[in-house]
Each structure stands twice: as structure tokens, then as C-alpha cells.
Design a protein around this ligand. Sequence first.
Ligand code: 5GP
Length: 192
Amino acid sequence: MLSKPKGRLFVISASSGTGKTTLARELLKGDKNLVPSISYTTRAPRANEVNGEDYYFVSKGEFSSIRKKKGFLEWANVFGNYYGTPRKEVEEHLRRRRNVLLLIDVQGAKQVKKVRPDSVFIFLAPPSKEELRRRLEKRGTESKKEIQKRLKVATRELDELNDLSLCDYRIVNREIGACYRVLKAIIGAERG
Ligand code: 5GP
């Protein structure tokens, strides 16, 4: 007998400044059976962010206690702050046959792929390093030093993900509308 179908786990990873937040918002808006996973972070909330909606904002102590109890499906230190995906919430969504969207960094995505090989790992690449720099500068949320740091990590990730065995799909985000349509098609084809 076939086992009961479950939801599918979609992991989208991208360098900062690739437009992933906008894309995720649009994908979630148009798909009732796709739910976001809300991560825990030790980063301070930004002005417009809401606890429990954008992230669960916790102290380093709280984060470490959840980690020790194996409460994270994956976790990583991203630019000096800790981020983690809550294991129980994700499993509960999947059990209820919802498709789950994780918007996490490449280190985290690789961990998820290891523990859940059936997840779909989509990497969004910028068209070029120059274009990524331009987008980061235009966004204006990081200092020059931070931008340098992000570009360095992005270059490493891009090189690493040239090895396509690491991710299931690699999309070059040249134009956000086209990128959205490709993402939507992938989710439609792979959904549980
Ligand atoms: P931001 O602080 O700008 O919201 O996010 C910084 C980076 O952390 C982004 O690349 C974002 O995708 C990543 N991130 C957010 N939540 C998680 C998580 O739960 N795990 C991992 N590994 N990365 C995350």
C-alpha cells in the first residue's frame, strides 16, 4: 500500500540582496498550502519586524538551550548571529500535509538536505558579483564593511554551488518576475 502523502519541504537559499524575501512573500501569498517556517534568531529585531511573525527573537541563552535539546532541524551562525529552524513546527506542518518554505542560508540548507534528503533545495544566484554589489548598495541597509563581508560569503557560496550535486535547482535571478514564475513552476511540480 502507498504511504500517506505528506507535505514537501522547500528550502530556498540565496546570497543577501538577491530578492529572496520579496519572492517568498509573493509565493506565500498565492499558495494556501504553502506555509513559512518561522526561524529563531539571536539578532535584534529591525524596526518593522514582529516577534512570532518575522522571527522568534531570543537571547543567546535561550537559543543555546533549544539547540541542546535538539529543537532545531538546522542552525547556523550567519554574520555573527545565530539562526535556527524549529524542528517540531516543521514536522507538524508536514504531517498535516502542508508544504513548508524555509528561507535559510546555504550552511543551513546543506544541513537540511543531509537530514531530509527528500527536501527540495533551490539556490537563487545573482546574475553576477557586480550586480549583487549594486543591489546591496542600493538596498542601503548595510555599511561598506558589511557589504564587503556579504560579498565575500556570496562569492564562496556561488563557487560552492557550482557543484550542482549540492542543490536540486539553481536559478539565476536576472529579473524578479521571471524568477517568481520559475519558482512557482518548481513548487507546483514538486509539491507533496
Ligand atoms: P536576516 O538577518 O537578514 O533576516 O537574515 C540573514 C540570513 O540568515 C539570510 O540569509 C537568511 O536566509 C538566513 N536565515 C534566516 N533564518 C535562518 C535559519 O533558521 N537558519 C539558517 N541557517 N539561516 C537563516
